[in-house]
Ligand binder design. Structure first.
Ligand SMILES: [Zn+2]
Length: 296
């Protein structure tokens, strides 16, 4: 667990998936990226689907950023993407804070690709299409640009959205859209960066502190994506992603910004050193949930 401002923060791998290694690294040749990753016989890289849990004990807020892929998957879909759901991991992490899913006050969905938002809803027993909110008392926050884009994605990215997820999220009746760049933040100690390279209106929470922490979501999904040109082929606007990364690394250099990842198998968050203009991991931060219960 790390403390950032008033928040106690852990990173939980609430599931895993497997995506094509080439697509994950864009124009970077495999001869370079394969040194950083293990791939299966189908050239798929196994990735964690991380949920960032942030608790402001004094304010009574329990905020999740992203929600993994969830359990509402047909077998053929789950096999294609190597989806493994592990909802127990999140439940255990919440329990270590003395909390349960009912105590989650807010879920920030950075964007609505299936591997980030599917776990915001759950299936009723015996049905894959009747959804209930996984966190029944939580407000779900999405940037308005992303919500609009998800309703009519481009031919390039439409496979990343599932109507089932969007319907389930809307049907919770608890969806709130944020507007503006940056949008006003409803949370003390958190402001937002809006990233448009991967997808329009990707909402990145920045936890304020002497050394702030940014959940970089799919702008920098793993530590292997720190080098500037290492951006995903999934990105709609890769040059925009590169420019956005440059601004983030300037904050690493000037303010000691730390970065939390959405897909790294090993590191929930890192501090970053900039040497001769190039970012590298300086230290892997201990973002594991506590092993013993903390008094509420
Ligand atoms: Zn994405």
């Amino acid at each position: 667990m790390i403390r950032v401002g008033n928040y106690e923060i852990v990173s939980v791998a609430a599931g895993y998936d497997r995506l094509d290694g080439g697509a994950m690294f864009g124009v970077v040749p495999k001869i370079l990226w394969e040194k950083t990753q293990d791939v299966d016989e189908k050239n798929r890289m196994r990735m964690a689907l991380r949920v960032l849990v942030a608790r402001d004990r004094a304010a009574g807020r329990l905020i999740l950023t992203d929600a993994a892929a969830g359990s509402r998957w047909e077998k053929d879909e789950a096999d294609r993407f190597g989806i493994e759901d592990d909802p127990g991991a999140l439940d255990r992490a919440l329990a270590a804070f003395g909390c349960a899913p009912e105590d989650v006050t807010d879920v920030l969905l950075t964007h609505l690709h299936f591997d980030h938002c599917g776990g915001a809803v759950r299936a009723d027993a015996g049905s894959s299409d009747e959804a209930r909110p996984r966190f029944p008392n939580a407000t779900l926050w999405v940037h308005a640009l992303q919500w609009k884009h998800a309703a009519s994605p481009s031919v390039k990215d439409r496979a990343s959205y599932r109507a089932r997820d969007l319907r389930g999220i809307e049907n919770t009746g608890r969806l709130r859209l944020l507007e503006g760049d940056p949008p006003p933040s409803p949370f003390p100690g958190i402001r937002f960066l809006v990233s448009n390279g991967h997808t329009p209106g990707q909402l990145l929470p920045l936890f304020e502190d002497d050394r702030p922490l940014l959940f970089a979501s799919d702008m920098i999904p793993t530590a292997a994506h720190l080098p500037l040109p290492w951006v995903m082929a999934y990105d709609l606007h890769p040059m925009t992603t590169i420019e956005e990364k440059e601004r983030v690394f300037a904050m690493c250099r000037d303010r000691g910004l730390r970065i939390a990842f959405c897909h790294d198998l090993r590191a929930g968050a890192v501090s970053v050193a900039i040497e001769k203009g190039k970012p590298r991991v300086a230290e892997i931060l201990d973002t594991d949930p506590p092993r013993v219960s903390i008094e509420p």
